[in-house]
Design a protein around this ligand. Structure first.
Ligand code: BGC
Ligand code: ZN
Length: 341
């Protein structure tokens, strides 16, 4: 069976023949249709991230899965569309015991296709039914967006919880970055009627404007201040800058990753005075729990109705597994690897 594999810690990836999947009796056999690729995959392929399963050298990539159930059982029927959670419980912390491995307190969790567990970039996987997430059939291939969207829903849920610890209204938001994550965050905020400014390097982004958000290319001058800033560009300097773009009681949420070794600058008065006197917060968010998946899948359906064609446009590249390099270097939205039609 073909799979996309890496050796964590070493740059490079390749499509290889791996032993056929043995599906356990407690598992559901899932034929993989498509996997999305994201910045995390890029980091792993650059040798900067990722851990192989215990006792193995290779890791099968792929954590943004869309698949189809192969056999009736465990509450699923043959033909059901599914995705699957990425992060799995560490087994010994408060958060994981509360079905929130996204908030794992030990770091001993595993993540499909990332940390200590093989991923979905192969033809067939056996999956624990408790980790499968049903995708409504009529969403079809848009279901591949369920995983990245769950991360966005989770981030906004946390932002609202943090903002809501005191009287606060989310009226105006800034989204930094207009890749797949920045676009999905923009869409989610627009579904909620928030006034959104999205900023990125590209000169124009019609897809963003289609939702009623304002698109502003980077460097267009003062954008004013915001109740919420979401950093989706993966740039540590912009993350630090976010604190200075907040209104009173504002919340800055970091969703991108920037693993470069560097120092960033932060105006002393922004953190030393404004953050305190104006009750501002800067926080990071990773992964998602099941309720975020469910909310995200509902939102996908709503987005599709509100802005027909927008989500299809967001998936800018679909290529077979052996063209993974094209997918990894693609910058025009979400790229996916197609394993089966
Ligand atoms: C995935 C998350 C994961 C995170 C850190 C992201 O790309 O979407 O599910 O927790 O990487 O490994
Ligand atoms: Zn990802």
């Amino acid at each position: 069976m073909k799979a996309l594999v890496v050796e964590p810690g070493r740059a490079g990836a390749r499509v290889e023949d791996v032993p056929d999947t043995v599906v356990g009796v407690d598992e559901v056999p899932v034929r993989v249709l498509e996997v999305g690729v994201c910045g995390t995959d890029r980091e792993i392929v650059h040798g900067l991230f990722g851990i192989a399963p215990e006792g193995e050298e290779q890791l099968v990539l792929g954590h943004e899965a869309l698949g189809v159930v192969e056999r009736d059982g465990h509450g699923f029927s043959r033909g059901d569309l599914v995705s699957a959670t990425v992060r799995r419980s560490c087994g010994h912390c408060l958060a994981c015991a509360d079905a929130s491995p996204d908030s794992c307190l030990t770091g001993d969790y595993s993540e499909r296709g990332i940390t200590r567990l093989h991923g979905f970039a192969r033809e067939l996987v056996g999956e624990d039914p408790a980790q499968l997430v049903p995708i409504p059939r009529d969403l079809r291939r848009l279901g591949v967006l369920a995983e990245p969207l769950s991360d966005c829903v989770r981030a906004l849920r946390h932002a609202r919880a943090i903002g809501g610890r005191q009287p606060w209204e989310l009226q105006r938001a800034l989204v930094i970055g207009a890749g797949a994550i920045g676009t999905l965050v923009t869409f989610l905020l627009r579904l909620d009627g928030v006034e959104v400014v999205t900023t990125a390097l590209e000169p124009a982004k019609p897809l963003i404007e289609e939702t009623g958000a304002e698109y502003v290319p980077v460097g267009s001058g003062d954008l004013g201040r915001f109740d919420l800033v979401v950093e989706c560009a993966g740039n540590a300097q912009l993350m630090a800058d976010a604190l200075g773009l907040l209104r009173r009681s504002g919340v800055a949420c970091l969703l991108g990753i920037d693993g470069r070794e560097q120092k960033v600058e932060l105006d002393g008065r922004t953190i030393g005075v404004d953050a305190v006197l104006e009750n501002r917060v800067l926080f990071g968010s990773v992964n998602a729990r099941r309720e975020d998946w469910v909310a995200g899948i509902d939102a996908l359906d709503e987005m599709r109705r509100r802005w027909p064609g927008a989500l299809d446009q967001l998936i800018g590249l679909r290529v077979p597994l052996d063209r993974f390099e094209d997918a990894l270097s693609f910058s025009g939205g979400k790229a996916t690897l197609v394993l089966s039609d």
